[in-house]
Write a protein that binds this ligand. Structure first.
Ligand SMILES: O=P(O)(O)OC[C@H]1O[C@H](O)[C@H](O)[C@@H](O)[C@@H]1O
Length: 286
């Protein structure tokens, strides 16, 4: 491993790797030694493009940055309209190198360099801790802004599966609102049951992240929980992976992963000056 990769090892045998570029978890192996995160064989681990696979951190906005028009009617969005952000999706922390602050064999803490924060933010401290637990992995982002701003975020986790066509997500409560981004954000009320990943999907379940979700992949199951993140986005591009849209994946790669993304997507979260924002995700093999 190069010095740009931090590795963690738990006495149970589980391990993790985190790239300084994006503070990106690029590997998580459970105690059975099986890799639990998909990584594209076509991605670079040192940029400049975001790493494809693993756990991208999307912050402090999700999707394209707000436009100047949106910011003129909502000044709390103005920091996101820095010219250098105009071509970025999902924020700027996944396309810059972070600093390693401290580490033990099972945990590492990173900080995002203040010199890489656009000046429009007027001061934003961002930290990140990755911890291996007995059977799992915890990721926790913290952020404090000097000025009142609005943020969105996601842990865009690419779970490795043996065949995404057969993988299913259990735990979305009946009655929650969902939005189908492949149908212009069409809203429905979730009726209950498991959500299959057989077809292309970009569905947000609003208010789902407070509950424990279970990703079923044949006999192998992973529990997913989070805090500070009210929504969950389920995403798989299916046949579009490996085409010109996602040329940083190989054709057929979409079968190898299922993205379950604890997130703040629907409503911007207001950060008051000095407030410590904390968002975490916990994954655990069952
Ligand atoms: O290609 P990326 O910028 O990594 O984004 C990949 C995908 O992330 C999310 O799941 C969004 O809902 C998708 O619209 C987006 O295409």
């Amino acid at each position: 491993m190069s010095s740009k990769t931090v590795t963690l090892q738990h006495p149970t045998g589980s391990s993790a790797s985190i790239e300084l570029f994006g503070a990106h978890v690029s590997s998580w192996k459970a105690p059975d030694g099986v890799e639990r995160l998909y990584m594209s064989r076509k991605t670079s681990l040192t940029g400049p493009a975001p790493i494809r696979g693993g756990i991208p951190i999307c912050f402090p906005f999700f999707g394209p940055p707000p436009t100047a028009d949106q910011a003129s009617s909502d000044p709390l969005l103005a920091p996101h309209t820095a010219p250098e952000l105009s071509n970025l999706t999902h924020g700027f922390v996944r396309t810059a190198s972070w600093d390693l602050v401290s580490s033990t064999s099972t945990s590492a803490t990173f900080s995002f360099p203040s010199s890489s924060v656009p000046s429009t933010y007027g001061g934003l401290d961002i930290g990140y801790t990755v911890t291996l637990t007995e059977k799992g992995l915890k990721t926790e982002l913290s952020a404090t802004s000097k000025e009142r701003i609005k943020v969105k975020m996601a842990f865009h986790t690419y779970h490795a599966v043996s065949d995404s066509d057969k993988s299913e997500i259990e735990g979305i409560s009946p009655g929650l609102k969902t939005k189908n981004n492949l149908a212009g954000g069409a809203e429905s009320i979730w009726q209950g049951g498991k959500i299959g990943m057989k077809n292309e999907i970009a569905t947000v379940a609003l208010g789902a992240a407070g509950e424990e979700l279970i990703l079923h992949d044949g006999p192998s199951n992973v529990a997913i929980s989070s805090s500070g993140l009210p929504d969950v986005l389920l995403w798989n591009p299916k046949d579009k992976a490996g085409t010109s849209v996602w040329s940083d994946m190989e054709v057929g790669d979409a079968k190898r992963f299922t993205c379950v993304e604890p997130a703040i997507i629907e409503e911007w979260k207001v950060l008051e000056p000095g407030e410590k924002f904390i968002a975490s995700q916990a994954l655990s093999v069952l």
